[in-house]
Design a binder for this molecule. Structure first.
Ligand SMILES: NC(=O)C1=CN([C@@H]2O[C@H](COP(=O)(O)OP(=O)(O)OC[C@H]3O[C@@H](n4cnc5c(N)ncnc54)[C@H](O)[C@@H]3O)[C@@H](O)[C@H]2O)C=CC1
Ligand SMILES: O=C(O)[C@H](O)CS(=O)(=O)O
Length: 476
């Protein structure tokens, strides 16, 4: 696959644009070539998106947007295996996980198709206010206009769709800057959406690095909303750049998962295994800190360690592979350094801790201290720390002692405790008897503290791509 950027339905390439190879994170094979767009391409893309918003999208009825999205979902379903193989090739995602991502992406488009037809406002009970008698009031939502979308490498299809499908459902137009490590699936998706009926220029994609392209994109006067998913420092910098525009930030975390002594340990172990190691832990809600009540600390480890040790590491193309490569060797080296640093300060590596090129073996660390990077920062690698606790108060304090707050998991069979803790955890979402890593695509999703700002989840993302206008009538 050789791609450029997509502006007004035309793929722009050549004319001095730099070529970059996309290589498999697993074996370094070239899987595609991308030509980086320029600042001028950003200008053209935004101007196009602005024109198409006013000339076309504003006139397109909701039923038509819904139909186009339905067609896009059917088309993605028909090409699901091709997309899964592309995700596997460019991101190094094990094929079973890649298929899972495509399955979710299809659902995202279907949810967006339904939401395109949902109510876009509410009736206000005007006579609740003194002086409101004899009046009718509406709060009606309108699309904001041009949305700038910036996305990360780890879910290169689904997280892109969380922005593209929702913007279209809302009636907005988009300029997308996908992750430079995974632009191929984003471009294939853009073509699919146009074939399904997105008007030319409703979706524009400019490929290249964030350093080069994001500032001119998010500061453009015609951009009304910025939606970013990626790492914290970049996200908060973008928010500063975006000034008065609406901004959604979906950022990282070091998710806490709490296992009480009345929990079903088999379920907890299976869930941690999946939630801590899927896609080599490169998910922002990956299980990172596992707090286990003292009575069940050793029994949990006795069950978990052999299962982690038996995870199959290797070629993401194989159906049997559980753990593939990390996205780059630098990312794997960083994880290895953090593990070594913790070990040198007294932590115990119960399993894993080794690196071979881009691959970090699945790792469990115990005897950690709170200040260690593997505990207090986002590891974004196949690594969990397991920490004992005694009381409910103690574990709530420990879980909340974090700069992040995205999602958490609590395992207990005491429903009163479950709700008590859910109220007290400082995160955007809490699962009971499920790990932090689980996300269905229609729930409100987004962090507090340094984990982000605003919510995604189809309906919630759409709300954030609209402005509410009040319209009142005085009955004469
Ligand atoms: N809360 C959420 O929903 C999610 C959060 N993430 C977070 O994303 C991170 C991993 O993804 P990456 O792709 O490595 O993140 P990243 O922040 O490096 O890149 C994300 C996007 O920002 C752009 N970018 C990078 N550096 C930039 C700069 N200096 N200025 C402007 N733009 C820049 C990139 O080109 C890319 O499009 C993790 O921290 C993870 O937790 C990932 C997925 C979902
Ligand atoms: O959609 C998801 O599963 C997550 O948003 C991906 S990530 O945020 O965990 O990276």
């Amino acid at each position: 696959m050789h791609i450029g950027s997509l502006i007004n339905g035309i793929e722009v390439r050549g004319e001095g644009r730099e070529e970059h190879e996309i290589r498999s994170p697993y074996n370094g094979e070239v899987v595609g070539v991308v030509e980086y767009g320029t600042r001028e391409d950003i200008e053209q893309a935004v101007q196009t998106a602005y024109r198409v918003f006013h000339e076309t999208m504003k006139k397109m009825p909701a039923y038509r947007r819904s139909e186009i999205l339905r067609k896009a979902a059917d088309s993605l379903e028909a090409q699901a295996e091709d997309f899964a193989r592309l995700l596997m090739a460019e991101a190094g995602k094990p094929i079973r996980d890649a298929r899972g991502e495509v399955g979710r992406a299809i659902q995202v488009i279907r949810f967006a198709s339904e939401e395109a037809k949902a109510n876009d406002g509410e009736l206000i009970k005007m006579d609740s206010a003194i002086g409101g008698e004899n009046r009718i009031g509406f709060a009606k939502r309108y699309p904001v206009g041009v949305v700038a979308a910036i996305t990360p490498f780890n879910f290169p299809l689904n997280l892109v769709l969380h922005k593209l499908a929702t913007a279209f459902a809302a009636g907005c137009t988009v300029v997308l800057k996908p992750a430079e490590k995974t632009p191929l699936s984003a471009m294939k998706l853009a073509r699919l959406l146009e074939e399904a009926g997105y008007p030319k220029g409703a979706l524009n994609v400019v490929n290249g690095t964030g350093v080069d392209l994001v500032e001119p994109l998010v500061t453009h006067p015609l951009v009304k909303k910025v939606t970013f998913t990626g790492s914290g420092p970049v996200g908060w910098k973008i928010k500063e750049m975006a000034g008065p525009r609406k901004v959604t930030l979906e950022l990282g975390s070091n998710s806490p998962n709490l296992i009480f002594n009345d929990a079903n340990l088999d379920i907890a172990v299976e869930s941690i295994l999946k939630g801590g190691f899927t896609f080599a832990g490169q998910a922002c809600i990956s299980v990172q800190r596992v707090y286990v009540q003292k009575d069940v600390y050793q029994p949990l480890l006795d069950r978990l360690v052999p299962k982690v040790a038996s995870l199959r590491i290797g070629d993401p193309a194989l159906e049997s592979t559980d753990i593939g490569p990390m996205i780059t060797e630098q990312a794997a080296i960083r994880a290895e350094e953090w593990i070594r640093e913790a070990a040198s300060e007294g932590a115990t590596i119960l399993v894993g801790g080794e690196r071979n090129g881009n691959i970090v073996s699945p790792t469990i660390i115990t005897d950690t201290k709170h200040h260690m990077k593997v505990v207090c920062q986002e590891v974004f690698a196949p690594l969990i720390t397991v920490i004992p606790f005694e009381t409910e108060e103690e574990v709530i304090a420990a879980a909340n002692d974090s700069d992040y707050g995205l999602q958490a998991g609590v395992f207990t069979s005491d429903i009163n405790r479950a709700f008590r803790i859910a109220e007290l955890l400082e995160t955007g979402g809490v699962w009971i008897n499920e790990v932090s890593t689980v996300r269905t695509d229609h729930i409100p999703y987004g962090g507090v503290k340094l984990s982000g700002l605003g919510k995604e989840g189809v309906k919630y993302a759409i709300e954030d791509m609209t402005e509410t206008k009040f319209i009142g009538v005085r009955l004469l």
